[in-house]
Design a binder for this molecule. Structure first.
Ligand code: FE2
Ligand code: FE2
Length: 408
């Protein structure tokens, strides 16, 4: 221990901790402090247990129970964070800790783990079987916790937050776990004894589905306007990149297929292969629905989030302008030039004239992107499997956190 027994501090060197988050059995490598009222502008912090080794687990349990909050010195935060990560199962199973705190802990630990995976693979290193095992262990604890439909409340808190690839991946993974667990009859071939393993693997697939985005240049990924043909194909290649990064991971075929095909549309208008109907594997169809639901309900730099109700209505709605939309989609796919009616003829300087024309084309292209999104928001039913979409709405509706009255 490199800490003193007592400190006079304005509070900024300490972090508040809920004592119920601490597992008394493994509390050996960091100190816990109590705080006395402020005198002047400083608090007195005193170490609760000076010699951790000499106290019994029972005694420690009752000491922890007697405090509402305790404090950890920021110098010891890394040990505290490791403690939380190593004792996630204990925390999630803790009878008296409230669900919000458990969800927050699970979110933090999983975000750290997935960030770690994404950051490591930024360099292009492939995902090892060991990494998958580590993630599977985390997912297995998480599934035991969120399997109960009530935990959707926790997920609901997350929906509508900022969209970053790793948070998006986490939400997709959790929703996949909840969906599959609530719709076990879709998987009659999975015997009960193996169901949990199937659930874990499917969730890992959800967590990894966009891993390939780490290979796509950020300026293309976040571009607001129309993507040109090369940029469009580059973005689409994230599915294949995810697959190649996971090639040596030992993930089974159904998980790999879900990752590769999570952008395929039911009517064949998706990518990378333009598969339709029965050609698209079940888990890929499920991942697709959940992926779009999360993208619509997330806040992006260029758009406000839709409510879950709005998102589901768009996703389940038949599009009355499907022909116009298909035309737009073709235009994007084939990278057709935007027709411009007005040509700047009276600009004598040829360079300036070209520049002006380019500006106008870009403006027009931007308008078309907006028009296309508006058209798409009129209904996306052609993208998804109808039965799965209904099941998804029912699953989401089971949680009281989403008000979907009028949609069912
Ligand atoms: Fe994707
Ligand atoms: Fe995604």
């Amino acid at each position: 221990m490199d800490l003193k027994v007592e400190y006079l501090d304005d509070g900024s060197s300490f972090q508040t901790v809920d004592p119920l988050m601490l597992n008394p059995e493994y509390l050996t490598n960091f100190s816990i402090f109590e705080r006395f009222p402020k005198k002047g502008n400083k608090y007195r912090f005193r170490c609760l247990i000076v010699d951790m080794d000499s106290i019994t687990v029972d005694k420690l349990t009752s000491v922890l129970k007697s405090w509402e909050v305790v404090y950890v010195h920021k110098k010891h935060l890394k040990y505290y964070n490791k403690h939380i990560k190593d004792n996630l199962e204990y925390i999630l199973k803790h009878g008296t800790l409230d669900v919000k705190k458990k969800t927050a802990t699970l979110t933090k630990v999983s975000t750290d783990v997935i960030k770690d995976v994404f950051d490591t693979h930024l360099t292009g290193t492939v995902v090892s079987p060991d990494t998958i095992k580590r993630v599977e262990k985390l997912i297995s604890h998480a599934i035991d916790f969120i399997k109960d439909i009530d935990s959707l409340k926790g997920i609901a808190d997350l929906i509508g937050h900022d969209y970053e690839t790793h948070t998006h991946s986490l939400k997709v993974a959790w929703l996949i776990a909840i969906f599959i667990n609530a719709n076990r009859d879709l998987f009659p071939k999975q015997p009960n004894a193996h169901f949990k393993q199937y659930l874990v693997t499917a969730t890992v697939a959800g967590l990894m589905h966009d891993l390939g985005k780490t290979k796509i240049p950020k300026n293309i990924l976040n571009k607001k306007g129309k993507l040109d043909n090369l940029e469009y194909i580059t973005v689409q290649s994230h599915t294949a990149y995810s697959l190649s990064l996971l090639f040596e991971s030992t993930l089974p075929k159904f998980a790999m297929q879900a990752i590769l095909y999570h952008h395929e549309n039911e009517d064949g208008s998706g990518y990378p292969c333009g598969l339709k109907d029965e050609q698209i594997p079940l888990l890929a169809k499920i991942t697709h629905i959940i992926d779009v639901f999360d993208a619509l309900t997330a806040k992006r730099s260029y758009k406000e989030p839709k409510t879950p109700f709005e998102a589901l209505r768009i996703m389940a709605g038949e599009n009355p302008h499907i022909e116009a939309l298909t035309k737009f989609e073709e235009e994007v796919r084939e990278n057709k030039k935007v027709p411009i009616e007005t040509i700047v003829r009276n600009e004598p300087d040829i360079k300036r004239r070209r520049l002006r024309e380019k500006e106008m084309m870009e403006k027009e292209a931007q308008k078309r992107v907006e028009a296309r999104l508006k058209l798409r928001d009129q209904g996306m039913a052609h993208c998804f499997d109808k039965d799965l979409m209904n099941r998804f709405i029912i699953t989401i509706n089971k949680s009281q956190s989403f008000d979907l009255s009028g949609l069912l």
